[in-house]
Ligand binder design. Structure first.
Ligand code: ATP
Ligand code: MG
Length: 424
């Protein structure tokens, strides 16, 4: 019997990886244009890191982590998200002391959830984090950056920005008490999850999907009423900066996010195009996390986007540029006893045209069968070398995707010819 992959952990095949490279490449260029630099940190960390950072009573730590004891008996976990490892790496390497940092990362994350559309057990995130900046301007910058990314990827029309403020820790404690007092009156009417959360993580009840719970919440105390002047101002300034840059948003007073470490700003970019798993990107401010992980207090704000969901959205909207699917520009056909010369010619083309992608035919065969392969490769041009061409030091250039006559070109001029006649 063949051994299969683990459920919810997918292979990424070459056709799809081209789209991934396009999205990742677009993002890498964009974040660099805002001055963000890449950080890489391990996929495996001590379980305690996530317990402390993400929170003991969150869904992630309670039931979704891949944790195991290694050969020394230390409890380790595959990272379920990136922020904890990023903060750990930054404090351990002294990146946060009296400095600001604008960072990003990408890679696989692991959560033992029920696999379904838009929900995998190994999925991929791009994360962006900014450290050492407490003001609303950096929160707004992250939102402008993501808005620009959606425009570049041509998915902006399908995404809505929802934002909210969770206030400070003290304000949240006061709100939490009021919410628990209110909901305790309806204890028996709450769904099972919400009943449990009433003692562990009551704010999460706000985003319960249960309609009965939601109708109870209609008259519940509202978080916004518990915010002090400073929190309100921070939030109002973000809104003003979004207005000034014409980024539209919806204030969602029930948006709370699943992780423990958020304070003040929280946001999500959501779409209705992906069914139930509609959150493509989410984040917020987490001013207390660095200190919680043993560093000096350091304000921070960040976000993470799910690449699978993003790419599903791009696919569904049909906005992946045609050029992404095309992986080969030139196919070199070598008929007869000329393979060695063909290889040399391909090397010369690669030296003369550094960005060109050339597939050299390997394995011999007739002219006809080689031309079939050239066509199937998706290349725009076939360069044909046979014994006649070898003798006359020329090649045949055949345009595979254009109504255009085949041309004979001197080998000495082929680089120049392609430079003039071919856009890549
Ligand atoms: P959700 O409410 O969809 O479960 P979450 O609050 O658990 O999301 P975060 O931890 O904030 O998600 O992760 C940020 C983003 O990562 C999500 O918006 C989503 O795009 C993606 N993501 C999270 N979990 C998964 C998963 N199991 N499979 C695929 N993508 C995921
Ligand atoms: Mg989740």
């Amino acid at each position: 019997m063949k051994i299969q992959s683990i459920r919810g952990m997918n292979d990424l095949l070459p056709e799809q990886s081209a789209i991934w490279q396009y999205v990742e490449g677009t993002l890498a260029r964009l974040v660099a244009s805002y001055g963000y630099r890449e950080i890489r940190f391990p996929i495996l960390e001590k379980t305690d890191l996530f317990k402390r950072a993400v929170g003991e009573v969150t869904d992630i730590v309670e039931k979704e982590m891949y944790s195991f004891d290694d050969r020394n008996g230390d409890s380790l976990s595959l990272r379920p998200e990136g922020t904890a490892g990023c903060v750990r790496a930054c404090t351990q390497n002294g990146l946060l002391h009296n400095q600001t940092q604008r960072l990003w990362y990408t890679g696989p994350m692991f959560r033992h959830e029920r696999p379904q559309k838009g929900r995998l057990r190994q999925f991929h995130q791009i994360g962006i984090e900014a450290f050492g900046l407490a003001g609303p301007d950096i929160d707004a910058e992250l939102l402008l950056l993501t808005a620009r990314l959606w425009r570049e990827l041509k998915i902006d029309s399908a995404l809505e920005l929802q934002i909210n403020s969770l206030g400070s820790a003290e304000e949240r404690v006061a709100y939490r008490e009021a919410l628990v007092a209110y909901l305790s009156n309806f204890h028996d009417q709450l769904d099972e999850d919400s009943q449990r959360r009433l003692t562990t993580n009551p704010l999460r009840i706000l985003d319960s999907k249960n309609p009965e719970t939601q109708s109870l919440l209609k008259d519940a105390p509202v978080l916004n009423d518990f915010l002090g002047a400073e929190s309100k101002q921070h939030f109002a300034q973000i809104c003003a900066m979004l207005d000034a840059s014409e980024v539209s948003y919806v204030i969602n007073p029930k948006l709370v996010r699943g992780l423990d470490y958020y304070s003040q700003t929280v946001f999500e970019w959501v779409t209705t195009e992906l069914g139930a798993q509609g959150t493509v990107c989410a984040g917020g401010r987490y001013d207390s996390l660095v200190e919680l992980l043993g560093g000096k207090p350091c304000p921070a704000v960040g976000l993470a986007m799910g690449l699978e969901r993003l790419i599903m959205l791009l696919d569904g909207m049909g906005v992946v540029p045609d050029s992404v699917a095309q992986q080969i520009d030139l196919y070199l056909v070598a008929v007869g006893d000329v393979a060695g010369h063909g290889m040399r010619l391909a090397e010369e083309l690669r030296s003369g045209l550094p960005n060109i992608r050339i597939e050299t035919h390997c394995g011999g065969g007739s002219f006809k069968s080689q031309m079939k392969k050239a066509d199937k490769s998706g290349a725009a041009i076939a360069i044909i070398l046979g014994e006649d061409e070898l003798a006359s030091e020329t090649v045949q250039v055949k345009f595979l995707r254009q109504e255009r006559d085949q041309e004979t070109v001197d080998q000495a001029n082929i680089v120049e010819f392609l430079n003039v006649n071919f856009e890549y």
